[in-house]
Design a protein around this ligand. Structure first.
Ligand code: SAH
Ligand code: AVI
Length: 355
């Protein structure tokens, strides 16, 4: 049952002023940086889907397999009748696993990539014909009003894919607090977070042999040319992925392979050879870091699972009593009590708390 959400939809005009502003200010600043959310026009979303199928990109298949093995447990812990609200739903590839196990009262996918959002919603409405489905086009970093149809339903937020890693820590904390405010008290959140691991595994995942990740990165320049009347010589840039160990993050950059001059929406830019535009961070978290992040964001983690190779974590959390409370550690007692609740696989909360 696919429902139009006329009161909530954010429809973007042909030229998104926020895209224009982020590109012009980002290219004028040093280091030059463009936020990763602008990767996801239709071509970018399609390229991301291709990335998820790459042999080097362990993230999606690992999370999917983990979700398959714990979905029933998540459903039991969350309890019946919740509306599932997915942040950055994209193609909703993992969603059916959770929907089948949790049998929710409604499903609300949220994404900025409009075409993908509606195409995925249509596909899901065929798979789950009786389930009320309310897509919301919008930026999840802003407080979104959820569809009035789910007003009285308890909520389970779903934020898979380690998309949280594309935000710096202060932004991630803000986002988690925004989510807590959007979902409301009594809500739960199931979040997928990629783990810190050996760079020999991380780097190929962001620099694959077929060049799909390079095409995904370079598509940002094509998008700028298409939507912002740009004259960026795309062939003068190359994709670079590196592991920043101090910050525990993969960084993606676009590096000029020669001196270049170009115009974008009446702005004039000059870059010298080897200068870069920083286009993405993908932060990786240790298990304890992830829980501290969640607590800082107003959530109390109470169950966590990892795959046998410890590549990826799924964490289930409840909205803290007061998402605007400033203290990170005030819920430690509650957390220790909850540590008795130990789901089957790889839940390290208890050992982490005692170290
Ligand atoms: N959840 C999917 C897709 C991850 S890709 C998975 O696990 O595979 C990241 C998704 O988040 C994309 O679909 C992108 O369009 C969306 N996205 C990124 N930034 C966003 C924002 N600020 N607001 C809403 N959606 C966003
Ligand atoms: C969506 N996000 C979590 C992906 C990631 O792994 O950071 C985006 C991506 N960038 C390059 N490959 C995949």
């Amino acid at each position: 049952m696919l429902l139009n959400q006329n009161d909530q939809s954010v429809c973007f005009a042909e030229v998104d002023p926020a895209f224009r502003r982020d590109v012009l200010t980002g290219l004028a600043s040093r280091p030059r940086t463009i936020p990763a959310r602008w990767f996801y026009d239709r071509a970018g979303s399609e390229l991301f889907e291709a990335i998820t199928a790459l042999p080097e990109y362990y993230v999606s298949r690992t999370e999917r397999a983990l979700l398959c093995s714990v979905a029933d447990e998540v459903a039991a812990l969350a309890g019946p009748g919740r509306a599932i609200v997915e942040f950055g739903s994209g193609s909703c590839a993992k969603t059916p696993v959770l929907l089948s196990a949790a049998n929710p009262s409604a499903y609300v996918p949220i994404d900025i990539s409009r075409d993908f959002l509606w195409a995925s919603a249509r596909r899901l409405s065929h798979l789950f014909p009786g389930m009320p489905l309310h897509p919301v086009e919008g930026d999840f970093t802003r407080t979104l009003r959820l569809p009035s149809a789910i007003e009285d339903m308890p909520r389970l937020g779903f934020f898979p894919g380690s998309t949280i890693g594309n935000l710096l820590v202060p932004e991630a904390v803000d986002l988690l607090r925004t989510m807590a405010a959007t979902l409301g008290s009594g809500s739960m959140l199931l979040i997928g977070i990629d783990r810190i691991k050996d760079p020999s595994l991380l780097l190929p995942a962001y620099n694959d042999a077929q060049g799909v990740t390079a095409a995904f990165n370079l598509n940002l320049l094509h998008r700028i040319n298409r939507e912002l009347r740009g004259s960026v010589p795309v062939d003068a840039f190359r994709h670079v992925a590196l592991w920043n160990d101090d910050e525990a993050r993969i960084e993606m950059h676009l590096e000029a392979t020669r001196d270049v001059d170009f115009e974008i929406a009446d702005g004039y830019f000059s870059m010298t050879r080897a200068e870069t535009i920083h286009t993405e961070n993908s932060l990786k978290y240790g298990p304890r870091d992830a829980r501290v992040l969640l607590r800082a964001g107003g959530w109390s983690p109470f169950a966590a699972w990892e795959d046998p190779e410890k590549l990826f974590s799924l964490i289930l959390a409840t909205a803290g009593p007061d998402p605007s409370a400033p203290c990170l550690y005030q819920q430690v007692d509650a957390l220790q009590n909850h540590a008795k609740l130990q789901p089957s696989q790889g839940f390290e909360l208890q050992s982490a708390m005692s170290t």
